[in-house]
Ligand binder design. Structure first.
Ligand code: GLN
Length: 542
């Protein structure tokens, strides 16, 4: 059992998650069994209750874990499914320790951060690492934060516990570039390594984030002051495409050095499939513009997996996907009942996507966007809330159910086509009222989704409370809505579509969580494909 601990210095948002993911990929491609864990030093038990504005997307795992978005990066880079166990928070650790205390597990002892919290951290890590050759652990936050101290103490102890050839520390730091003297500065990194040493951790590798390449002199200086080998100073300069990072690291010998430091046999990294994917991503043959009609559009991290899934679909279609962010509120009516002229903007889009979300704000704008997509025959993909908006729009404008709505937005709607289904069987014991994690769906033969998936039984991840109200299924279907997928017992609507349209598909699930660069999700691939086709038809109607 071997561990690689990734810490961060100087500032946050240095891309520690991408360093951890890339290292994971380099080891996995050497045929080692790799697991990867995110530690978040906040007090929440999981990320489920965090605001997407502050923390970005909540990434949902197969087992219904609500995790940090970095777990999504891990899954995409490593091409594996992780679980709620791969996300550890301070809240989770304290929760377990306090539960044990109440049970009397520590009877007679004083319960303390050291050793009780640190032991809980170590045991949790050992449990996730069991059965794997190497486990990469990313410690969120920046060295020096009060919050991360128990975690750093625990990982310090692990070198003693497991032996030095089984534990390795990677410190990701920033080299600011000073324009006036045209040089990269090493001082902040020196300080941050000093801080780390103060805790008792000597990094084995320093990954230096910088805007420009590191000169040999800078590498030597860092090696000297941080007390690492010169070749253990790994350059990480800004890239256009995050999927370049593992390839760059491999070129620098990072994978080879890490295996050697961990006393593992070095093997050739099998990453040609990754390089091919990257080549396609960097050499697109066409372009397509997809509009995302969302409410958290100021913070793109709130739609991280969605953006990546569209990127993957672009790669599969050999196309560059331009994302056009539309604030849903701008598509709502103003005080005079006019739509603020912005619907016209949708005209330049090749495809329209209404993503997931919670709460009333922007809903009417999303419904207007669906109406536009349906009537103008513009390819449309609705995800979770996007499907609910599509059902509301269809009910109002095709079935004539004026005022149809979801009870999430209008508790008194005369036609609650989307409603809360308090079926406890569906709930996990976490979160309480949400349908979370992977659920199976049966697809109707001959439908668009059936053709896209190529099968009749599929599984996708969920995160929502509301469902299509079965009382309205008949009227929706009688008016032409195709319910193309349901839960296996047919009680829940999972997919809808309409015919006589270039592409109009929506799902209650979040397929974006399962898309990988090396295995793009078929729903996104087909949506982007239809958008490319539709663009060609538009530009050249003959
Ligand atoms: N707010 C909706 C619900 O709870 C949709 C959630 C989502 O899009 N993830 O059902």
């Amino acid at each position: 059992m071997k561990f690689i601990f990734v810490t961060g210095g100087v500032i946050s948002s240095l891309g520690k998650g991408l360093v951890a993911s890339s290292l994971g990929l380099l080891l996995k491609s050497r045929n080692y069994a790799v697991n990867i864990v995110k530690i978040d030093p906040y007090l929440q038990v999981d990320a489920g209750t965090m605001s997407p504005y502050e923390h970005g997307e909540v990434f949902v795992t197969e087992d219904g874990g609500e995790t940090d978005l970095d777990v999504g990066n891990y899954e995409r880079f490593l091409g594996i499914n992780l679980s709620s166990k791969n996300s550890i928070t301070t809240g989770k650790i304290y929760w377990n320790v306090l539960a044990k205390e109440r049970k009397g597990d520590y009877l007679g002892k004083t319960v303390q951060v050291i050793p009780h919290i640190t032991d809980e951290i170590k045991n949790t890590l050992i449990e996730v690492a069991t059965g794997f050759d190497v486990t990469v652990v990313e410690i969120g936050g920046t060295v020096g934060d009060i919050e991360s101290q128990p975690f750093l103490e625990a990982i310090r102890q692990m070198k003693k516990d497991l032996g030095k050839e089984n534990v390795l520390y990677v410190h990701v730091s920033l080299l600011p570039y000073v324009k006036a003297t045209d040089e990269l500065k090493t001082k902040p990194t020196q300080h941050s390594v000093k801080e780390l040493r103060g805790i008792g951790i000597q990094p084995d590798f320093v990954v230096a984030r910088a805007e420009v390449p590191l000169s040999e002199k800078i590498k030597e200086k860092l090696a000297l002051f941080c007390d690492v080998e010169k070749e253990a100073v790994i350059e990480a300069i800004d890239v256009n495409n995050i999927y370049e990072i593992p390839v760059k690291f491999e070129k620098e010998g990072f994978g080879r050095l890490v295996t050697s430091r961990l006393n593992l046999q070095d093997r050739t990294a099998q990453i040609s499939y990754w390089k091919e994917m990257l080549y396609k991503a960097q050499n697109p043959k066409k372009e397509v513009t997809i509009g995302i009609i969302g409410k958290y559009v100021e913070l793109k991290d709130a739609y991280k997996s969605l953006i990546e899934a569209l990127k993957h679909a672009g790669i599969a279609n050999e196309a560059k996907v331009n994302l056009n962010w539309v604030n849903a509120e701008e598509l709502e009516k103003d005080d005079f009942g006019d739509i603020l002229g912005n619907l016209q903007k949708l005209g330049k889009l090749d495809g329209i996507l209404v993503p997931g979300g919670f709460g009333l704000r922007g809903i009417e704008g999303m419904i207007n966007a669906v109406k536009y997509a349906r009537e103008s025959n513009t390819p449309f993909l609705g995800i979770c809330l996007g499907m609910q908006c599509a059902v509301i729009e269809f009910a109002r404008n095709v079935c004539g159910l004026k005022g149809a709505n979801s009870t999430e937005f209008d508790a008194l709607t005369p036609y609650p086509v989307i409603d809360f289904v308090p079926d406890q069987k569906l709930m996990t014991n976490k979160g309480g009222t949400m349908r979370l994690g992977a659920f199976k769906a049966s697809l109707l033969r001959g439908t668009v989704v059936n053709k896209i998936y190529g099968e009749t039984s599929v599984s996708e991840r969920h995160r929502h409370r509301y469902e299509v109200n079965n009382d309205f299924r008949e009227i929706l279907v009688n008016n032409g809505l195709i319910i193309s997928g349901t839960s296996p017992d047919e009680k829940l609507v999972e997919f809808i579509e309409i015919s006589q349209h270039k592409f109009f598909v929506a799902t209650q699930a979040h397929p974006e969580f399962k898309s990988r660069p090396s295995n793009p999700h078929p729903l996104f691939v087909n949506f982007v494909g239809a958008s490319i086709k539709s663009q060609r038809l538009r530009i050249n109607p003959l």
